[in-house]
Unconditional design. Structure first.
Length: 206
Protein backbone atom coordinates (compact mmCIF):
# COMPACT_ATOMS: atom_id res chain seq x y z
CA UNK A 1 0.00 0.00 0.00
CA UNK A 2 2.85 2.33 0.89
CA UNK A 3 4.62 1.61 -2.41
CA UNK A 4 1.41 2.31 -4.33
CA UNK A 5 1.14 5.73 -2.64
CA UNK A 6 4.69 6.68 -3.61
CA UNK A 7 4.12 5.39 -7.13
CA UNK A 8 1.20 7.83 -7.47
CA UNK A 9 3.55 10.65 -6.45
CA UNK A 10 5.97 9.75 -9.24
CA UNK A 11 4.26 11.68 -12.06
CA UNK A 12 3.72 14.88 -10.01
CA UNK A 13 7.35 14.81 -8.89
CA UNK A 14 8.57 14.31 -12.46
CA UNK A 15 6.45 17.29 -13.57
CA UNK A 16 7.86 19.40 -10.74
CA UNK A 17 11.45 18.44 -11.65
CA UNK A 18 10.82 19.24 -15.34
CA UNK A 19 9.39 22.69 -14.57
CA UNK A 20 12.21 23.43 -12.12
CA UNK A 21 14.87 22.43 -14.64
CA UNK A 22 13.39 24.63 -17.39
CA UNK A 23 12.93 27.51 -14.94
CA UNK A 24 16.40 27.37 -13.40
CA UNK A 25 18.28 26.69 -16.64
CA UNK A 26 16.58 29.67 -18.31
CA UNK A 27 17.29 31.94 -15.31
CA UNK A 28 20.93 30.92 -14.95
CA UNK A 29 21.49 31.31 -18.69
CA UNK A 30 20.00 34.83 -18.66
CA UNK A 31 21.89 35.74 -15.48
CA UNK A 32 25.23 34.61 -16.93
CA UNK A 33 24.80 35.93 -20.48
CA UNK A 34 22.89 39.23 -20.13
CA UNK A 35 23.54 42.50 -18.36
CA UNK A 36 20.64 43.88 -16.37
CA UNK A 37 18.27 45.60 -18.80
CA UNK A 38 19.72 43.90 -21.89
CA UNK A 39 17.20 42.40 -24.28
CA UNK A 40 16.73 40.44 -27.48
CA UNK A 41 13.70 41.26 -29.61
CA UNK A 42 12.42 37.93 -30.95
CA UNK A 43 9.32 39.52 -32.52
CA UNK A 44 7.48 42.82 -32.08
CA UNK A 45 5.38 41.19 -29.35
CA UNK A 46 7.92 38.80 -27.77
CA UNK A 47 11.06 40.14 -26.13
CA UNK A 48 13.67 38.44 -23.92
CA UNK A 49 14.38 41.24 -21.44
CA UNK A 50 16.57 40.64 -18.37
CA UNK A 51 15.26 42.21 -15.22
CA UNK A 52 15.26 41.30 -11.52
CA UNK A 53 12.76 41.97 -8.78
CA UNK A 54 12.68 41.87 -4.99
CA UNK A 55 9.06 40.98 -4.75
CA UNK A 56 6.27 38.81 -5.94
CA UNK A 57 5.23 37.32 -9.26
CA UNK A 58 5.35 39.43 -12.44
CA UNK A 59 7.81 41.93 -10.99
CA UNK A 60 5.65 43.44 -8.25
CA UNK A 61 7.53 44.82 -5.24
CA UNK A 62 6.91 44.34 -1.52
CA UNK A 63 8.15 46.77 1.13
CA UNK A 64 11.95 47.10 0.96
CA UNK A 65 14.41 44.88 2.86
CA UNK A 66 12.02 43.89 5.65
CA UNK A 67 9.34 43.19 3.10
CA UNK A 68 11.79 41.09 1.10
CA UNK A 69 12.78 39.07 4.17
CA UNK A 70 9.15 38.56 5.16
CA UNK A 71 8.25 37.50 1.64
CA UNK A 72 11.14 35.02 1.41
CA UNK A 73 10.24 33.43 4.76
CA UNK A 74 6.56 33.38 3.80
CA UNK A 75 7.44 31.68 0.51
CA UNK A 76 9.36 28.94 2.32
CA UNK A 77 6.38 28.18 4.56
CA UNK A 78 4.06 28.40 1.54
CA UNK A 79 6.18 25.87 -0.38
CA UNK A 80 5.93 23.40 2.50
CA UNK A 81 2.19 24.03 2.73
CA UNK A 82 1.67 23.49 -1.01
CA UNK A 83 3.68 20.28 -0.94
CA UNK A 84 1.58 19.00 1.97
CA UNK A 85 -1.53 19.86 -0.06
CA UNK A 86 -0.11 17.91 -2.99
CA UNK A 87 0.82 14.94 -0.80
CA UNK A 88 -2.61 14.71 0.85
CA UNK A 89 -4.36 15.15 -2.52
CA UNK A 90 -2.43 12.21 -3.96
CA UNK A 91 -2.98 10.17 -0.80
CA UNK A 92 -6.75 10.81 -0.92
CA UNK A 93 -6.89 9.98 -4.64
CA UNK A 94 -8.16 13.44 -5.59
CA UNK A 95 -8.79 14.63 -9.15
CA UNK A 96 -5.84 14.29 -11.54
CA UNK A 97 -6.54 17.86 -12.68
CA UNK A 98 -6.17 19.07 -9.08
CA UNK A 99 -2.91 17.16 -8.61
CA UNK A 100 -1.56 18.50 -11.92
CA UNK A 101 -2.46 22.08 -10.93
CA UNK A 102 -0.95 21.83 -7.45
CA UNK A 103 2.23 20.35 -8.95
CA UNK A 104 2.59 23.36 -11.27
CA UNK A 105 1.92 25.82 -8.44
CA UNK A 106 4.43 24.05 -6.18
CA UNK A 107 7.10 23.98 -8.90
CA UNK A 108 6.61 27.68 -9.60
CA UNK A 109 6.72 28.68 -5.95
CA UNK A 110 9.85 26.57 -5.36
CA UNK A 111 11.50 27.94 -8.50
CA UNK A 112 11.21 31.54 -7.31
CA UNK A 113 12.25 30.80 -3.73
CA UNK A 114 15.45 29.18 -5.05
CA UNK A 115 16.35 32.57 -6.57
CA UNK A 116 15.79 34.33 -3.25
CA UNK A 117 17.80 31.81 -1.26
CA UNK A 118 20.77 31.12 -3.53
CA UNK A 119 21.24 33.69 -6.30
CA UNK A 120 22.47 36.47 -4.03
CA UNK A 121 24.93 34.08 -2.43
CA UNK A 122 26.42 32.55 -5.57
CA UNK A 123 26.29 35.40 -8.13
CA UNK A 124 27.59 38.94 -8.23
CA UNK A 125 25.26 41.69 -9.43
CA UNK A 126 24.39 42.29 -13.10
CA UNK A 127 24.72 46.09 -13.20
CA UNK A 128 26.78 47.03 -16.25
CA UNK A 129 28.29 43.57 -16.66
CA UNK A 130 27.37 39.92 -16.98
CA UNK A 131 27.16 38.13 -13.62
CA UNK A 132 29.55 35.32 -12.75
CA UNK A 133 29.57 32.61 -10.10
CA UNK A 134 31.18 33.64 -6.84
CA UNK A 135 32.53 31.80 -3.83
CA UNK A 136 30.19 31.71 -0.84
CA UNK A 137 30.10 35.09 0.89
CA UNK A 138 31.13 37.10 -2.16
CA UNK A 139 27.74 37.32 -3.84
CA UNK A 140 25.59 40.43 -4.11
CA UNK A 141 23.22 39.58 -1.22
CA UNK A 142 22.91 37.29 1.81
CA UNK A 143 20.66 34.22 2.00
CA UNK A 144 16.94 35.06 1.50
CA UNK A 145 17.76 38.44 -0.08
CA UNK A 146 18.50 37.26 -3.62
CA UNK A 147 16.52 38.78 -6.49
CA UNK A 148 14.19 36.82 -8.74
CA UNK A 149 15.28 36.69 -12.38
CA UNK A 150 12.62 37.60 -14.97
CA UNK A 151 12.97 37.62 -18.74
CA UNK A 152 9.71 36.93 -20.62
CA UNK A 153 8.08 40.07 -21.98
CA UNK A 154 5.03 40.06 -24.26
CA UNK A 155 4.04 43.66 -25.18
CA UNK A 156 1.32 42.43 -27.57
CA UNK A 157 -0.36 45.82 -27.92
CA UNK A 158 0.86 49.38 -27.42
CA UNK A 159 -1.12 52.55 -27.93
CA UNK A 160 -3.39 55.19 -26.48
CA UNK A 161 -6.66 54.02 -25.00
CA UNK A 162 -9.89 55.51 -26.38
CA UNK A 163 -10.94 58.64 -24.52
CA UNK A 164 -14.38 57.19 -23.71
CA UNK A 165 -12.83 54.62 -21.31
CA UNK A 166 -13.34 55.83 -17.70
CA UNK A 167 -10.24 56.83 -15.66
CA UNK A 168 -7.63 55.48 -18.13
CA UNK A 169 -9.05 56.95 -21.32
CA UNK A 170 -6.44 58.75 -23.46
CA UNK A 171 -3.50 57.22 -21.57
CA UNK A 172 -0.69 55.23 -23.21
CA UNK A 173 -1.13 51.55 -22.44
CA UNK A 174 0.92 48.38 -22.97
CA UNK A 175 -0.65 44.94 -22.95
CA UNK A 176 0.92 42.75 -21.55
CA UNK A 177 3.40 44.89 -19.53
CA UNK A 178 4.72 42.67 -16.69
CA UNK A 179 7.97 40.77 -17.24
CA UNK A 180 7.92 37.26 -15.79
CA UNK A 181 9.62 33.85 -15.79
CA UNK A 182 8.80 30.16 -16.19
CA UNK A 183 8.02 29.78 -12.48
CA UNK A 184 5.46 32.61 -12.65
CA UNK A 185 3.95 30.95 -15.72
CA UNK A 186 3.65 27.60 -13.93
CA UNK A 187 1.84 29.22 -10.99
CA UNK A 188 -0.49 31.14 -13.31
CA UNK A 189 -1.32 28.07 -15.43
CA UNK A 190 -1.88 25.95 -12.32
CA UNK A 191 -4.28 28.48 -10.79
CA UNK A 192 -6.04 29.01 -14.15
CA UNK A 193 -6.62 25.27 -14.66
CA UNK A 194 -7.94 24.99 -11.12
CA UNK A 195 -10.33 27.88 -11.73
CA UNK A 196 -11.53 26.69 -15.16
CA UNK A 197 -12.15 23.14 -13.97
CA UNK A 198 -13.23 24.04 -10.43
CA UNK A 199 -16.44 22.00 -10.58
CA UNK A 200 -14.45 18.86 -11.38
CA UNK A 201 -11.55 19.73 -9.11
CA UNK A 202 -13.54 20.59 -6.01
CA UNK A 203 -16.59 18.39 -6.53
CA UNK A 204 -18.11 17.09 -3.33
CA UNK A 205 -17.75 13.40 -2.75
CA UNK A 206 -21.05 11.58 -2.66
Amino acid sequence: MQNHKYKKLKKPILLIILVLLIDQISKIYIKTHFQLGEEIRVTDWFIIHFTENNGMAFGTEFGGDYGKLFLSVFRIFAVFGIFYWLYTSVKQNQSKILIFSISLIFAGALGNILDSIFYGVFFNDSLGHVATLQSIGNGYAPVLFGKVVDMLYFPMWKGFLPTWIPVWGGQYFIFFQPIFNIADSAITVGVAIMFIFQKRVFKEEK
